[in-house]
Design a binder for this molecule. Structure first.
Ligand SMILES: [Ca+2]
Ligand SMILES: [Ca+2]
Ligand SMILES: [Ca+2]
Length: 381
């Protein structure tokens, strides 16, 4: 009888729980539709901690790090040292960071902006730490080749690697390290490059319990596989987003360089659905616009991928308070998308919208875009 009662109680609790789940799902979806779009953006909060003592370089020395070669001899660097020199920000977290182009530690013999430039090379290796959070996050910028990189090494193997984007501003990068839970690991920062962009900048290595959402709004990277939070007009964006590296299927040597699985390519006609054939194209004759939902500007820099034709009528626009405040277009005809960065510091907390325009029917009359996101958040500065 007791078992039966327990079962009934459990059954009732289960029913209530299922009802609760159903209701909360309905509420969630209603909330999603009824609230203004900027309110549905996930909160950018995340619990985190230092990966190990001085993983943020705030001791002002290389405690818990070992340096090899000469690139890291004059590290860490004090303050946003690129700014006095070239008016470009790196945006370190705190006072100290590592930048192998830099040569400023606040010594009396030095002045802000001093540089050792690209020539020095070397490696910086962290103390061994245990992977006890599901994610590792850090700041990174510098050269985009594999010769300037940040690596996670476990059991002597490189298991994660990130590089810069050939620009000074450090972005917040995350590694999913759940599969390595409990393992001993080290961070290696390498600079094996003497040529242009032969430098690596890093700071603020932290263990995260969840990654911070850097998207502008849900589906600003098109990974839903549909146009949720986007509104298409005209025909160019009808069968979007595009699935996979469709130009490479067709031409082999041309790649889209997209993020994840989905992106926008108005030449393309393949969404990965049953019955569709990879490599199929719509060609350049369609035109139209794709307008995003409204979102609040939460970070100082918006980045995205842009490719396609360079012609008139192919453009990405940022609207703030209904006015066009930023535009981007291609400088050459290219399928492979490249990173574009907008400084939007002045529009903090304002309402914005994106618009992608394909108003061209010419040869190369198509536009490719993907992965609209923040490089940093105001909360992360
Ligand atoms: Ca720091
Ligand atoms: Ca170098
Ligand atoms: Ca994508």
């Amino acid at each position: 009888m007791e078992i039966f009662t327990n079962f009934r109680v459990k059954f009732h609790i289960s029913c209530i729980y299922v009802l609760f789940l159903m209701t909360s799902n309905i509420l969630a979806s209603e909330e999603y539709q009824q609230k203004s779009p900027s309110e549905i953006i996930p909160k950018f909060v995340s619990k985190e901690k230092l990966l190990f003592i001085n993983s943020d370089f705030e001791m002002g020395d290389l405690t818990n790090w070992r340096s090899f070669g000469n690139a890291f001899l004059n590290q860490p660097t004090l303050g946003d040292n690129t700014y006095p020199r070239e008016k470009n920000k790196v945006m370190p977290k705190g006072n100290w960071w590592v930048g192998t182009f830099e040569n400023y530690q606040g010594l009396p013999t030095q002045k802000p902006g001093d540089a050792q430039k690209n020539e020095p090379t070397g490696e910086l290796i962290s103390t061994t730490f245990t992977i006890d959070t599901p994610y590792i996050g850090f700041l990174i910028s510098g050269g985009s080749k594999k010769t300037t990189a940040v690596r996670l090494i476990i059991d002597g193997e490189i298991v994660r690697e990130s590089v810069g984007m050939n620009q000074p501003l450090m972005r917040r990068e995350f590694w999913d390290v759940r599969e390595f839970a409990g393992k001993p690991a080290i961070i290696s920062v390498v600079d094996r490059e003497k040529g242009p962009w032969g430098c690596i900048n890093v700071d603020d290595f932290r263990g995260y319990y969840s990654p911070i959402n850097m998207l502008l709004f849900p589906n600003s990277d098109f990974e839903f596989g549909d146009l949720t939070n986007w509104k298409a007009e005209g025909t160019a964006f009808e069968k979007q987003p595009t699935f996979g590296d469709n130009p490479a299927v067709r031409e082999g040597n041309k790649h889209s360089n997209h993020q994840g699985n989905y992106w926008i390519g108005t030449y393309e006609l393949y969404q990965g659905k049953p019955g569709e054939i990879p490599g199929t194209v719509r060609r350049d004759v369609a035109f139209g616009t794709l307008r995003s939902t409204s979102f609040k500007i939460r970070g100082p820099f918006i980045a995205f991928l842009l490719g396609g034709g360079k012609g008139v009528g192919l453009e990405v626009r940022l609207y703030v308070d209904g006015n066009i405040v930023r535009t981007a277009s291609n400088s050459s005809n290219r399928e492979d998308m490249r990173i574009q960065i907008w400084n939007v510091e002045e529009f903090k907390d304002k309402d914005a919208e994106l618009e992608i325009i394909d108003d061209s029917m010419d040869a190369w009359g198509h536009i490719n875009v993907d992965y609209f996101r923040y490089l940093r958040l105001f909360e992360d500065m």
